[in-house]
Design a protein around this ligand. Structure first.
Ligand code: ADP
Length: 161
């Protein structure tokens, strides 16, 4: 069975991510959202918080589950029989780094394909960094963050300010 792996930081998960997850869940028999632990990034939300947020949001999607991994995506993909990596593409600016990453992954593991889903135009401008930045200034985040975690995210950003 093909497993779509959707890796990322999800710091925090946004409606843009959720849009990609829903669409992947309708295309693939199972989807694993993998919170990647990236030593080069200092997240605002802990790994546990990010996993809890995602679980709250995808709870009603039966073929979606959440995992974490500290290492290379290709190593994680080795756990599955037929893995496909799913990534979202917002704009031309995403393309270069996404393309590079897909090619590097393919070089390390030639049968690992990456499927790109074009961002819904509603969320093209949306990123986790933008959510954190807007939240710091007290902006309404309800158009950006899933309602199940809105209060948690707002409160946490406020405490971090
Ligand atoms: P990373 O640090 O790996 O880029 P992110 O959590 O920022 O992790 O993003 C994970 C994936 O989701 C990436 O492929 C990114 O391009 C995609 N993504 C992020 N925001 C959006 C959005 N608003 N619409 C579509 N895809 C998105």
């Amino acid at each position: 069975m093909t497993t779509a792996i959707y890796p990322g930081s999800f710091d925090p998960i946004t409606l843009g991510h959720l849009n990609i997850i829903r669409r992947a869940a309708s295309m693939f028999p199972q989807v694993v959202i993998c919170v990647m632990i990236n030593a080069n990034k200092t997240p605002m939300f802990t790994t546990t918080e990010r996993v809890e947020h995602i679980r709250k949001v995808v709870g009603r999607l039966p073929n979606v589950r959440v995992d974490t991994f500290d290492g290379l995506l290709v190593e994680y993909a080795d756990r599955f029989d037929h893995p496909v990596v799913v990534r979202g593409l917002r704009a031309v600016s995403d393309f270069e780094s996404e393309f590079q990453m897909a090619l590097i992954n393919k070089k390390m593991k030639p049968n690992l394909e990456t499927a790109f889903l074009a961002s819904s135009e509603k969320y093209t401008y949306l990123s986790s960094s933008m959510v954190k930045e807007m939240g710091r200034y007290g902006a309404d985040l309800s158009d950006f963050v899933p309602y199940e975690i809105l209060e948690d995210v707002v409160e946490r950003i406020r405490r971090n300010r």
